[in-house]
Design a protein around this ligand. Sequence first.
Ligand code: FES
Length: 186
Amino acid sequence: MADPSAAAVAHHGPDVTKRDFLKLVTGASAAIGTAAAAWTFIDYMNPSRDVLALSSVEVELTPIVAGQGITVLWQGKPIFVRHRTDKEIKEAEDVKLSELIEPQADSARVKPGHDQWIVLIGICTHLGCVPLGNRPTDPRGEWGGWFCPCHGSQYDTSGRVRHGPAPLNLFLPPYAFESDTKIKIG
Ligand code: FES
């Protein structure tokens, strides 16, 4: 059943970064992701202008164990960073492109040599809700990725839309690996 609060958020478009997902915000040079902080939930937050303006955010990946995802804030947008399991990677790679609403190979959505990491802009391509799937208790939908409670769209472990009404895959932010355990978004 759709979360009424989430549905309400939908009317505010992409400015839905204030609730319903885990947010970890850092200064431009600060690493994110100590084990304790990785699961700190902030129910409401009003990012200051300097935070919104950050051109890049570094994320330390080591604390994110396989199967876990976190959300960080980059330029006011929620960014999903998930450490995929071997099973999730295989499922994402094995899907027939002809089955996809927006056909795109998993290999085109991850960085070479780092296919255990998927990094996405966490804004539903339907009306801009923030899909669920990063909290430990969140529903992840039939394809194990993310579930948008606003109107029921579902995304797989590659962030590709598998069930509408969302018309497109989750977008990919610009990012790069600075090392095997750290990415820089932006
Ligand atoms: S905003 Fe409608 S399904 Fe996500």
